[in-house]
Design a protein around this ligand. Sequence first.
Ligand code: MN
Ligand code: ZN
Length: 492
Amino acid sequence: MKISFSSPSLPKSGVLILLVPESGGLTGLAAKADQRCQGQISRAMAAAGFTGRRDTTLDIVAPGGGLGRVVLFGIGAPASLRPLDLEMLGGATAGVIQALKTESASIAVDVDVTGLAPREAASLIASGVQLRVYSFTRYKSKKPETRPLREVVLLTPDLRGARQRFEAFEAVAEGVHLARDLVNEPPNVLHPVAFAERMRPLAKHGLKVSVMTPAQMRKLGMNALLGVAQGSSHEARIVVMEWRGGKAGDQPLAFIGKGVTFDSGGISIKPAQGMEDMKGDMGGAACVAGLMLALARRKAKVNAIGAIGLVENMPDGKAQRPGDIVTSMSGQTIAVLNTDAEGRLVLADVLWYVQDRFKPRFMIDLATLTGAILVALGKEHAGLFSNNDELAQRLAEAGYATGEKVWRLPLAPEYDKIIDHDVADVKNTGGRHAGSITAAQFLQRFVNSVPWAHLDVAGTAMDTPRSAINQSWGAGWGVRLLNRLVAQYYEG
Ligand code: MN
Ligand code: ZN
């Protein structure tokens, strides 16, 4: 589907969406449309009691004056709308457009919606449209009966400014769509090797993409990661994506993702109920891939590294056992007491590698790490853990701005003690209590003094509550959050 921008004039065909502020009357193009059909729109509003209350709609079919179909969309009090609300508004109008099964539609954004510049308002609404119209239909063998939506036109007085501003939003939405695709893919298709192969074409956007094989990992001593992979018939991969958009000497920002393409639990096998959802156990890696695409596509003025650890966790005669002790790349030994606590084993080696090899300014890892984070926070916030208050604060702000919210939980020596082991240096589970915290404590043992944040996205990366801008099982959660963090605090 195409999104374009045009100056405010009444369209000759397709559905026209008019944004109506609460009790503000019709202005601009809406007033013009009303005139064209001899007041039919105002009469319909009065008859239906439509006042422009937020998220209410009024569908007017063939009002006259050559207009085919007009939908009024209430936006409430324009002064109360934040930029995120405008994206949500765009998503909601796109939902209305899709439900009408029309091939094309125009949205008039010539009303003064927030005091934002017209180009900002129009591009935010366009962004919401693009995020909303995503669909994952690759595995449907039958084509839908109605013709799909081909084009949405944003009518704005500053079409050139809006078009230019939209480029960055479009890049981010593409990153979100990539992340959603990856999470939605079934695990027989998207195994570790296939995931890595899908990252190679990102090089055409200016990313340097390197793929590490098990032989290379063995040489580096990444036995924690390799231990997880050894029960699978698919080899492990680590993919490192580098974006150099900043100054040559600037330390890179580093983003690390857990990419367990399917988590059966291994020998500590999970119950059958809901196990199919474990195709989404690579949601952290998907987010990192989407973020790197977004940064490259919008030519972000920053140096950044994306590193993802890709494995499949399976039971097998060769699988690792509860009780095994592995030596990680850091040299620390780990007692694997539960093979289902595998994500931290993968991250232990990738975190260590990234910190050692790239000397990053900070590291942020994303991982569908613990079921316990769902007990604590449900699906509305991701768990945030950090050794750095500034980084934590910035993530919280970016979460509020994008609606991809995070909530900070503590790290402390008392929790760290819980994962000491009598034979090895550390054990990979601390038991039921404070399960998300002890998982984060484990990760911290593989981070030295570099500023670091860990996002436990087990509740947000998949089967996320649907919203105006997301109707997909795989939400692509975190791409907009981290893009905002980079744009707001680290570019230039
Ligand atoms: Mn697991
Ligand atoms: Zn897992």
